[in-house]
Design a protein around this ligand. Sequence first.
Ligand SMILES: NC(=O)c1ccc[n+]([C@@H]2O[C@H](COP(=O)([O-])OP(=O)(O)OC[C@H]3O[C@@H](n4cnc5c(N)ncnc54)[C@H](O)[C@@H]3O)[C@@H](O)[C@H]2O)c1
Length: 294
Amino acid sequence: MKNFKNKVAVITGAGSGMGRELAYQLADRGALIAINDWNESTLLDTADTVKKMGAKVLARHFDVSDRSAVEDFANEVVDHFGQVDIVINNAGYTLPAKSIEYTSYEDFEKLMGVNMWGVIYGSKAFLPHLKRRPEAVLMNTSSVFGLFGYPTQGPYCTAKFAVRGFTETLRLELEVEGTTHVKVCCIHPGGIKTGIVENIDFSKSTLTKEEIEETSKTFEELAPTTAAQAATQIITAIENQSPKLLIGKDAKWMDIITRLFPTKYHKFLLKGIAENKETLAKAFKKDPVEVLQD
Ligand SMILES: NC(=O)c1ccc[n+]([C@@H]2O[C@H](COP(=O)([O-])OP(=O)(O)OC[C@H]3O[C@@H](n4cnc5c(N)ncnc54)[C@H](O)[C@@H]3O)[C@@H](O)[C@H]2O)c1
């Protein structure tokens, strides 16, 4: 797809980060924008800016882990705009560092609901509409954490690996059935400077305000790519019909390392983790009360 003029683009999680930048850049290229976020106020901020840019926008706030809400949104977008050409299942969040052993089922299931089921619901709800278009694109956001395991990010890695398996399988199924006009791409961002760390629900964590600020700062330093740069690369991947997009030098590097050293790649990862002894001590504890009493 080379021309975005009057194409209808659906973006979930558009109240911040890459989703918001995608809304701006696709609006700038002439697309009609249908956006979602579970945060109503940040979603409306994005919608306001898109409107001021002169683009048409439909904004609906709901949780993408609610299947019927996603299905209603798909129908509403088609009723409103008459078509859907691009779907980017981008909404997602992460949890404070915690080992799998001590992650509660509640936190695990909630994250899978959003980061895995949200992508599956978004893909299945919009696919029949995409198939009706002469050319269409489905982009699902995984992560570098969908390429390798990472201690203290168990639920996130589990969901992002699932997104990769789901998206690659769907892509091949469309190819096998001869649906060549719907292109499917799995996105693997490396560290991107967005609100993903600030948006973590730290209320269940043992981190203090200072530690949260420090975590955000450290993440910023580790994230080499801006949200705007990432959005531009996603749009280029749509233009080039790429089946897999690695965003950032860090993602490209780790993709090579995990394929060259499938059982030894952790040696490149664990050094940095091991240095952060305080975070590790907290991540491998059962619950906040226990930690506070230590
Ligand atoms: N920032 C990174 O370094 C990075 C790296 C790899 C993958 N990702 C993935 O990229 C995607 C975008 O993240 P981002 O970095 O722009 O983060 P972000 O926090 O800036 O934006 C994500 C948006 O999704 C929304 N959201 C979260 N859960 C939702 C739900 N259940 N329903 C609707 N909206 C919801 C949030 O409110 C937020 O506005 C996510 O899937 C994330 O996992 C991010």
